[in-house]
Design a protein around this ligand. Structure first.
Ligand code: SAH
Ligand code: SF4
Ligand code: F3S
Length: 473
């Protein structure tokens, strides 16, 4: 048994990051059996689930979308806010119930919650029916843990700085748009955030390895890739060779893959050269997710974000000025410990100045082990809820205003599939990352970039129709 340890997870050294290859010699012993995989959290977790899915399929399992039909359940969890925990423990209740009926059911928990001491203690004490707990550093060991499964619980979680695994095979969700990890972990240690503890230190993949993966995806027919990292703009800072995100973006653009995206950008590491590259290449999409977190300099300092309100706005304006038609989205936290009404007004002020295309807004949630969780907080939750509501109203009004600018215009859309709610429609994304529901069903358009005329604009999506002769690729 290997339990997570917060003090170990916090450590950062100059130790070299080791690179490993994953062993794919797995026996197909579970042929005929079914797996159910549920993913919580960010894109990083979505992509990790594509790795998990591959291992399960190599062991012979096939996927079921119904929990009740499964022989193994894997929950890939998120620890970012308390409600993420609540959701997982709520769902575990259903898994427990199923296990009462199907005693051979295997229940495995991975992801960021598994990296938390308190969570693993709770599982050990109160959830004995969970068979396997694995962490973010040893996803590749999941098949071994399943094959070794015994009567007692297996907890195999490492609180280490982390390694890099190359040539990972994925069973990808989409054949059109793919995630590409460019770095793992995070060294920023924003005072509210659990990620540097659950994901280890910042480890960038080598430029050649990333480009090789992009090239392979392009050859496999992928139309779009998204470069993934907690702080993509800090890419390369930890590598010996002199390489940065600007170079990576430029080299990726030169592969001529039709669409390139990247998340997440920390304002701190965003350079003028990066903006120039985004502006220069047509296949780098004019879309930047630039988390603000707070508009108050006092709170930004307490958060450890290392930029001011003024610096954020200056960067925002520079991106807007240089990158034609760029859309910029953000993340905002309300109710950080002792955030005053005037601090909150500063946040509203930035929203009024930047008029974001959209914003993910959250109420601050204390995470055990982070510095902010120890800060005294006198603001009642009712007040925080009210602020969130006020913020959302403002944010949504700007989303609508921004979307309305596209009314009656023709925009290029990468069609990803059939609209789940209305099977007579297709859906896809504009280059500016706006969801478009498209009238004019033609299955042949899936995977193509087409011209769509926008007929209606809502806060969270656009409606459009296919423009004749509109296929662009
Ligand atoms: N690496 C990214 C963010 C990853 S987490 C960045 O630095 O921008 C995604 C978002 O969750 C964050 O941007 C933040 O807005 C929110 N978040 C993180 N920790 C939180 C906490 N303790 N409470 C509430 N929201 C949080
Ligand atoms: Fe968390 Fe900050 Fe790292 Fe983003 S940059 S993952 S918010 S510590
Ligand atoms: Fe992502 Fe949640 Fe972990 S946001 S990095 S899955 S804590």
């Amino acid at each position: 048994m290997n339990l997570p340890n917060l003090n170990e997870a916090r450590k950062r050294t100059n130790n070299k990051v080791n690179e490993y290859q994953v062993d794919y010699h797995l026996p197909k012993v579970f042929a005929g059996k079914k797996y159910f995989l549920r993913t919580y959290g960010c894109q990083m977790n979505e992509h990790d689930s594509e790795e998990i899915r591959k291992y399960l399929e190599l062991l012979g399992y096939t996927e079921t979308k119904e929990l009740i039909d499964s022989d193994i359940v894997v929950l890939n969890t998120c620890a970012i806010r308390e409600n993420a925990h609540d959701k997982v423990f709520g769902y575990l209740g259903r898994c427990k119930h199923l296990k009462n009926e199907k005693p051979d059911l295997i229940i495995a928990i991975g992801g960021c919650m598994s990296q938390e001491e308190t969570v693993v203690k709770e599982i050990l004490n109160n959830h004995p029916y969970v068979d396997i707990v694995f962490g973010t550093h040893n996803i590749h060991e999941l098949p071994k843990l399943i094959l070794e499964k015994k009567k007692s619980q297996i907890v195999e979680v490492y609180s280490i700085e982390g390694n890099i695994y190359e040539n990972i095979k994925y069973s990808r969700d989409s054949k059109i748009s793919a995630w590409v990890n460019i770095m793992y972990g995070c060294d920023k240690f924003c005072t509210y955030c659990i990620v540097p503890y659950t994901r280890g230190k910042q480890r960038s993949r080598k430029l050649e390895s990333i480009l090789k993966e992009v090239q392979e995806l392009k050859e496999a027919g992928y139309q779009e890739i998204t470069l993934l990292g907690q702080n993509v703009n800090a890419y390369g800072k930890d590598l010996e060779e002199k390489v940065d995100f600007k170079t990576l973006l430029e080299e990726t653009a030169k592969t001529n893959i039709p669409r390139i995206r990247f998340v997440t950008s920390h304002p701190w590491d965003f350079t003028a050269e990066m903006i120039e590259v985004i502006a220069k290449y047509d296949n780098i999409m004019p879309y930047v997710h630039l988390p603000l977190q707070s508009g108050s300099n006092r709170i930004l300092k307490l958060m450890g974000r290392r930029y001011t309100k003024e610096e954020y706005i200056a960067l925002f304006n520079k991106i807007k000025e240089k990158v034609k038609n760029v859309s910029i989205t953000t993340d905002i936290i309300v109710g950080f410990p002792n955030e005053s009404e005037s601090d909150f007004q500063d946040t509203l002020d930035v929203v009024n100045k930047c008029k974001f295309d959209s914003a993910f807004t959250f109420i601050y949630s204390p995470r055990v082990g982070t510095p902010a969780a120890k800060m005294e907080d006198k603001i009642p939750i009712e007040e925080k809820n009210k602020r969130l509501q006020r913020l959302n109203e403002l944010v949504n009004s700007y989303s609508l205003e921004n979307n309305q600018k596209w009314l009656n215009k023709e925009v290029p859309v990468l069609v990803l599939g059939v609209n789940e709610k209305d099977q007579t429609k297709l859906y896809g994304y504009t280059d500016t990352m706006k969801l478009v529901n498209i009238t004019g069903f033609d299955e042949d358009l899936i995977g193509k970039i087409i011209n769509v005329k926008i007929t209606e604009a809502k806060s969270f999506s656009l409606d459009g129709i296919v423009v004749k002769e509109g296929v662009l690729n």
